[in-house]
Design a binder for this molecule. Structure first.
Ligand code: ZN
Length: 261
């Protein structure tokens, strides 16, 4: 974590949050284990002290919506002393009750689609959106992480699918509900360098602005040197889409900060 903090300071950040993938009820290679949560929070606490005066640091977690028990709103995650919570969907249930990770590479996703959904892309996307909607209903988080991230894999499997009526309805329905709930939405720049896209994609920025949804720009990077990757490009596109400000956490409060390029 310290490497990320040093990189954030070197890049000129005045505030920075670390958000590990929260524990799931089963082990994975990408989530923090529950037994390590207190060490995780202690380490951020120590970094806050060490770098006080140089940068404001925040302890966050990216919490999966898996089902009605395992989600950001549950008692366990609400009880953790976190500065902010991100609600994200990566996992969906198959018809047989198995759990698959939609956040796979394109080839891996195509295999999951074939093996677990008999190639029925619409059904898989619907599952992803059902989970996203239930997460928004349950609440318990500050902003929704990489909404519509599944679009990239879906487009790979069936080019043009994200512009079909049913897909548009799911996506816009989610945006509308986020707006009604008064939640913030992440503009995730993780794939900008490698794939040239944002999550959600840039063509939806105007819809998001029209709905009055406040946005937070994040790199979601797993590499210290990329803490700022894609940020400027995202801010430029947001401004071109009519946004004048983005949300940032300062002195423990979310605030609208003018886009200043
Ligand atoms: Zn994620």
């Amino acid at each position: 974590m310290e490497e990320f903090v040093k990189s954030a300071i070197a890049t000129g950040f005045t505030a920075y949050g670390v958000s590990s993938h929260a524990p799931l009820p089963f082990p994975t290679h990408w989530t923090l284990e529950r037994t390590k949560v207190s060490a995780y929070l202690r380490e951020i606490g120590a970094l806050k002290e060490k770098y006080a005066g140089q940068i404001e640091l925040y302890a966050g977690m990216e919490i999966d919506y898996l089902n009605e028990e395992q989600n950001p709103a549950n008692e366990y995650f609400q009880g953790l002393p976190l500065d902010y919570r991100i609600g994200s969907v990566h996992l969906v249930y198959t018809d047989d009750g198995e759990i698959i990770d939609t956040d796979a590479g394109t080839e891996g996703f195509a295999l999951l689609l074939r093996d677990y959904f008999q190639g029925n892309l619409r059904r898989l996307v619907e599952r992803y959106y059902e989970a996203s909607m239930r997460m928004v209903e349950a609440g318990g988080f500050d902003f929704i992480g990489h909404a519509d991230k599944i679009f990239y894999n879906a487009e790979y499997c069936e080019p043009g699918v994200t512009e079909q009526g049913w897909y548009k309805e799911l996506r816009e329905g989610l945006f509308r509900r986020i707006a009604e709930k008064g939640l913030m939405l992440e503009i995730n720049t993780k794939a900008y360098l490698s794939k040239g896209c944002f999550f959600p994609a840039r063509q939806h920025f105007e819809t998001i602005r029209r709905l009055g949804i406040p946005v937070v720009v994040n790199s979601d990077t797993h590499f210290p040197e990329l803490v700022n990757a894609g940020r400027r490009e995202a801010l430029e596109l947001l401004r071109a889409s009519g946004f004048t400000s983005v949300c940032e956490l300062h002195r423990g409060q979310w605030m609208e900060v003018e886009i200043d390029l």
